[in-house]
Design a protein around this ligand. Structure first.
Ligand code: AMP
Ligand code: MG
Length: 325
């Protein structure tokens, strides 16, 4: 069975083609990059996705040497996400499924990040640390669902990095530029905010920008931001491991690429006799391949297409029954 998956929850329009043995036949994507100093404007995201939708579908098909008729299934990212972005992917998927008479399945975006991470790394039953521009969740699979053990109470950690980067004149994506500048930084104090298993990042962002405006060096802001946010996340991850007695950690989402985060999580895992996995950088950010793979897992177990294909802006990770596990 071969599935084409469409991702469009936020900045990226992505298409991946995957077969049911987990072989990735092609991946194509284009990411909308806001103008310097600007954030994402929903209308601009939608315009970008409309412009790129069928170019990216064509490119992914060309790279896989397949035609639409050769596909067995269409999957799309149904939520959660920015409605203007989600709608374009959903509309493209519905169009392809109807025109070429293929079954259509809606996929939960965070669950897809987890499944591509497991396929890519071989992790079996990990505590998943999902850190991106739109989400921050510590997740474990318990009793038929991916349960959220801890999450941000306000902005996601990737967004915190992007906001601070913008304010200190580093280009988007903020996280990777913060990582570069952090290499030559020293620690200045920032608030450390963990409440039970949840975290808060907006106060840290505000404090970091305030320190920068008061004359603290960019390098020191970047270093301290990483140290503080990653220590918070490592603390919560360790507690989730102790509670669930799981012996693996899997880092997914765009922030997973950060070497300092990996170092801190790895040290914690070593001390607990656990193993850390990091999804390959090519699949840590949003992509269509993860949607195609999760669509295949879903459809091959359930054998049903999705009845209601309207977008689910606030669809939570723990609302999905993971029947394929
Ligand atoms: P995603 O939303 O999963 O596509 O990932 C994008 C987010 O990852 C943005 O918020 C980036 O700032 C962040 N990011 C990308 N690379 C890094 C990095 N090396 N360190 C920290 N954050 C990163
Ligand atoms: Mg994502």
């Amino acid at each position: 069975m071969i599935c084409l998956g469409i991702e469009s929850t936020a900045h990226t329009f992505g298409v991946g083609v995957v077969n049911d043995r987990g072989k990735i036949l092609s991946d194509s994507r284009d990411m909308f990059v806001p103008k310097p100093g600007k954030g994402f404007v929903p209308k601009e995201l939608a315009d970008h996705h409309i412009e790129f939708a069928f170019k990216i579908v064509d490119d992914a098909l060309k790279k896989s040497s397949l035609k639409l008729h050769d596909l067995d299934l269409i999957a799309f990212s149904q939520g959660p996400g920015i409605p203007n972005s989600l709608r374009i992917g959903a509309a493209a998927a519905r169009f392809l499924a109807t025109k070429f008479n293929k079954p259509l399945v809606g996929v939960n975006h965070p669950v897809a990040h987890i499944e591509i991470g497991k396929l890519n790394t071989g992790a079996k039953d990990p505590i998943v640390v999902y850190l991106s521009g739109g989400n921050t969740q510590i997740i474990a699979h318990v009793e038929g669902k991916y349960r959220v053990f801890g999450e941000t109470e306000d902005i996601p950690v990737g967004n915190c990095f992007d906001v601070v980067a913008r304010e200190i004149s580093l280009p988007y994506p903020g996280g990777s530029n913060i990582e570069k500048f952090a290499k030559n930084g020293n620690y200045v104090e920032l608030p450390y905010i963990v409440k039970g298993m949840d975290q808060s990042f907006s106060g840290i962002a505000t404090a970091a920008v305030k320190k920068f405006k008061a004359g603290v060096r960019k390098e020191d802001i970047c270093y301290s931001l990483q140290e503080t946010c990653f220590a918070m996340l490592t603390e919560v991850t360790e507690r989730a491991m102790a509670h669930t007695e799981k012996k693996e950690v899997l880092l997914v989402g765009g922030v997973a690429a950060n070497k300092r985060l990996q170092e801190m999580m790895n040290k914690m895992c070593e001390e607990r006799g656990a193993k850390m996995f990091v999804v390959d950088e090519n699949f840590s950010g949003d992509n269509g391949t993860m949607i195609a793979w999760t669509g295949l897992l879903q459809y091959s177990t359930e054998k049903k297409q999705t009845k209601d294909t309207s977008i689910k802006q606030n669809w939570r990770t723990d609302e999905v029954k993971t029947i394929w596990i």
